[in-house]
Ligand binder design. Structure first.
Ligand code: F6P
Length: 547
């Protein structure tokens, strides 16, 4: 395959970037009162609405068609179709990529190696549902006969971030009497802090690990098992207080969990795409079957849209193309994720793994070095907290930081009266980033406030904002399971499209392996090669730790 960055489409985009480099968004809006109409897309199903406003980006009416040419040249539509039919597009692991099957509410057959995966998906969902209902209605009893009041999910990466983020995001839909904790870090402090908040006899531990070999998870799981059996000394304590979610039945049995209490998933589910599978058990326990089904349905609606909508009106495609436009043609290294919903506070962390573990790659699918920037650095924080922390840099700093603002439209909850303020801040920030504030405006403002000319001159450079800072705004009708499903799937498919265009395999994660391997070597003292810094640090660690 020819490198995309040598194609005529790429070269045309480079030229286009030079042509519009000097244009200011303020002028583009002034010149086109219909700009919002031209540059927003919407997915409305009976149940949900998700709007993507991409008008506050450094684009003209020529930009998207040029980017779409590039997407077509990269074969985005062909690869998308290959994913949906279960082809083994994860080439380094020889696996299909089928998180879409997990939420395939149409039940259309999807085959891997000639076998329809849907019956197995539905069987596990039914088993999950049955178990969750028993826990939620209090009929699943702990070893001493008490109902479950605490759930501790033990997992890391994709076996933690998705369930943790969704459970928190759907706080308003949670079971009123069950509390959820997510244990991930190998630092004993994490385990300690969580065990402090639970009662052994009323606690269910879910060991979530695709491989059931991950060091952090297995260490925490063993410590939790020891703690539990020291507190609940009846015979079948582990059977009543531990369940597992894994692809590794052997590992689960060896750990001492009854296979009847294991919820299976498959190698075609990537860890960071797994919240729709049995890895979503904490979500199901928290929001119940109807909520979980809505989450799947929202994602399925986005899947259908991604699979069927023409590329020019396809939300994940548009979001991906705009991201690529900044990464490759404006050399923007990062993307800020800015949810204006406190309940979505973990979304930036979740998307960090989804995006950076997927597209943080420097090798093409064919094994050569990539020739362009690939996946961006994601970061962010819930609005309005971010405004009082790092927005200064976004407004007046020297980096170009494209931003995704995310806002649910419906004001809900006990203090819904705050919502207009929240929304006003969200819109105001996107506007301020786009418009900036000119020297003339600053001067007029200061003289209206009665400032003398000397002071005005002194402060003018500091109080001027360049503007022309790009952002997308994603508006959801409300924050509920269905819309959250739509939102997550939107980003999953965006990541997919970008991975195809960068010609990387978005579904492996070899980059995480070296650190894991060296941690093992350091622990066992068997490292073949030790460098001076590591030696020095280890010696001091031992000395200081004993002092
Ligand atoms: O579910 P497992 O197998 O414990 O893996 C946990 C996480 O570790 C990784 O393999 C590497 O961080 C992730 O992809 C995965 O989500």
């Amino acid at each position: 395959m020819t490198d995309l960055n040598r194609s005529s489409d790429w070269i045309a985009l480079e030229q286009h970037q030079r042509d519009i480099e000097k244009l200011h968004l303020r002028d583009l809006f002034a010149a086109d009162p219909q700009r919002f109409e031209h540059f927003h897309a919407r997915l409305s199903t009976g149940q949900g609405d998700l709007v993507l406003d991409f008008s506050k980006n450094r684009i003209t009416k020529e930009t998207l068609p040029l980017l779409l040419n590039l997407a077509k040249t990269a074969g985005v539509d062909v690869w998308r179709d290959r994913m949906f039919v279960g082809e083994k597009i994860n080439n380094t692991e020889n696996r299909a990529v089928l998180h879409v099957a997990l939420r395939n509410r149409s039940n259309r057959p999807i085959k891997v190696d000639g076998q329809d995966v849907m019956p197995a998906v539905n069987t596990v969902l039914a088993k999950m549902r049955d178990f969750a209902e028993r826990v939620r209605n209090g009929s699943w009893l702990g070893a001493t006969g008490k109902p479950i009041r605490y759930v501790v999910n033990i997992g890391i990466g994709g076996s933690d971030l998705g369930p943790a983020m969704v459970t928190q995001s759907l706080r308003r839909f949670r079971h009123p009497e069950i509390k959820f904790h997510f244990l991930s870090n190998i630092d004993g402090a994490h385990l300690d802090a969580i065990l402090d908040q639970v009662v052994a006899e009323e606690t269910l531990f879910i060991i979530s690990s695709k491989t059931f070999t991950t060091q952090e998870t297995m260490t925490n799981a063993r410590s939790a098992r020891n703690w539990l059996t020291s507190q609940v000394t009846v015979a079948d304590a582990v059977a009543k207080h531990f369940v597992a979610v894994s692809t590794n039945a052997k590992g689960v049995t060896e750990f001492g969990i009854d296979p009847a209490n294991m919820f299976e998933f498959w190698d075609w589910v990537g860890g960071r795409y797994s919240l729709w599978s049995a890895i979503g058990m904490p979500i199901l326990l928290s929001i119940g079957w109807e909520g979980f089904e809505q989450l799947l349905a929202g994602a399925h609606a986005m899947d259908r849209h991604f699979a069927e909508a023409p590329l020019e009106g396809n939300l994940p495609v548009i979001l991906a193309l705009i991201g690529l436009w900044y990464a490759n043609f404006w050399k923007a290294a990062s993307l800020a994720i800015l949810p204006y919903a406190q309940d979505l506070a973990r979304l930036p962390a979740y998307l960090q793994q989804a995006d950076m573990e997927s597209n943080g790659k420097g090798t093409t699918r064919q094994g050569r070095a990539v020739q362009t920037l690939t996946g961006p650095i994601l970061w962010g924080e819930a609005g309005t907290n971010g405004q009082h922390a790092f927005y200064q840099l976004i407004h007046q700093g020297t980096h170009l930081i494209p931003c995704d603002f995310i806002l649910p439209a419906k004001a809900e909850g006990k203090f819904a009266d705050h919502h207009r303020l929240l929304a006003a801040n969200c819109f105001a920030q996107t506007q301020a980033l786009m418009l900036g504030k000119t020297g003339d405006e600053v001067r007029a403002e200061m003289s209206a406030a009665g400032m003398d000319e000397g002071k005005i001159k002194q402060l003018l450079p500091f109080r001027t904002f360049p503007g022309n800072r790009p952002s997308n705004t994603i508006l959801l009708r409300r924050l509920d399971p269905y819309h959250l499903g739509m939102l997550i799937a939107l980003y999953e498919h965006k990541i997919f499209v970008q991975g195809i265009m960068w010609n990387v395999n978005s579904f492996d994660q070899w980059g995480v392996e070296l650190g894991k391997q060296l941690a093992g070597d350091v622990l066992s003292g068997s490292g073949a090669h030790r460098d001076g810094s590591t030696e020095g640090l280890m010696a001091l660690y031992d000395a200081l730790g004993k002092s």
